[in-house]
Design a protein around this ligand. Structure first.
Ligand code: AKG
Ligand code: MN
Length: 200
């Protein structure tokens, strides 16, 4: 049985698998509390049209030595795996059947924190990257649109303890975002596990 036969989302040219309740709420609560307490958050600046803006969320990048990753226009050296992140990595690797050498943590403090349209298609991830995304905390909407289009074709709710696996040609054909919302929402932590194939 293929990895994606289980609960696939039927989008053409994409391989998406959403596992709600991938970890129990109790375990997800523990992971969230510990990660919020122990993560040294950063808020990178991006330069757009000559002006610097702070990204609208907090981030941290962990990984194996040498797993440098470029996001928000900057190259980031990895922090060493903590025992908790190393343990979560093993569980995600067992689920996905492939290794990961880095994880990007994104902390959305409230509805005004967000991530704009993009694909996880940095060259260092290779051609058909498998990215596994674990969500902890408040539910947020995750939108998908085809590259080159403006219409949202599909939206998912990423709940506490859910795992979203994006694979195959997904990043080649599709973009995703977590849009700002005026609705009340609890803070949310997202962990995207990645395999850096070549140094940035
Ligand atoms: O927060 C999310 O669910 C998405 C995060 C994301 O797209 C990324 O880190 O590249
Ligand atoms: Mn992404």
């Amino acid at each position: 049985m293929s990895l994606f036969a289980e609960c696939p989302l039927d989008l053409p040219d994409a391989e998406l698998r959403l596992l709600p309740g991938w970890v129990t709420a109790e375990e997800a609560d523990r992971w969230l509390a510990q990660l919020l307490a122990e993560t040294p958050w950063e808020q990178p600046q991006v330069v757009l049209h000559g002006r610097a803006y702070a990204v609208p969320r907090l981030v941290a990048w962990y990984g194996d030595p040498g797993a440098r990753y470029r996001y928000s226009g900057l190259c980031h050296e990895p922090r060493p795996w903590t025992p908790l992140l190393a343990g979560i990595r093993r569980r995600v690797e067992a689920e996905c059947g492939q290794p990961f050498n880095g994880v990007l943590l994104n902390y959305y403090r409230g509805g005004q924190d967000s991530m704009g349209w993009h694909s996880d298609d940095e060259p260092e991830l290779g051609l058909r990257p498998l990215v596994a995304s674990l969500s902890l905390g408040g539910t947020r909407r995750f939108d998908l649109r085809r590259k080159g289009a403006t219409r949202i074709e599909h939206s998912l709710l990423l709940e506490h303890g859910s795992l979203l696996v994006m694979a195959g040609a997904t990043q080649h054909h599709w973009q995703h975002q977590v849009a700002k919302t005026r609705q009340a929402c609890a803070s949310r932590l997202n962990l995207t596990f990645r395999l850096i194939r070549s140094p940035a």
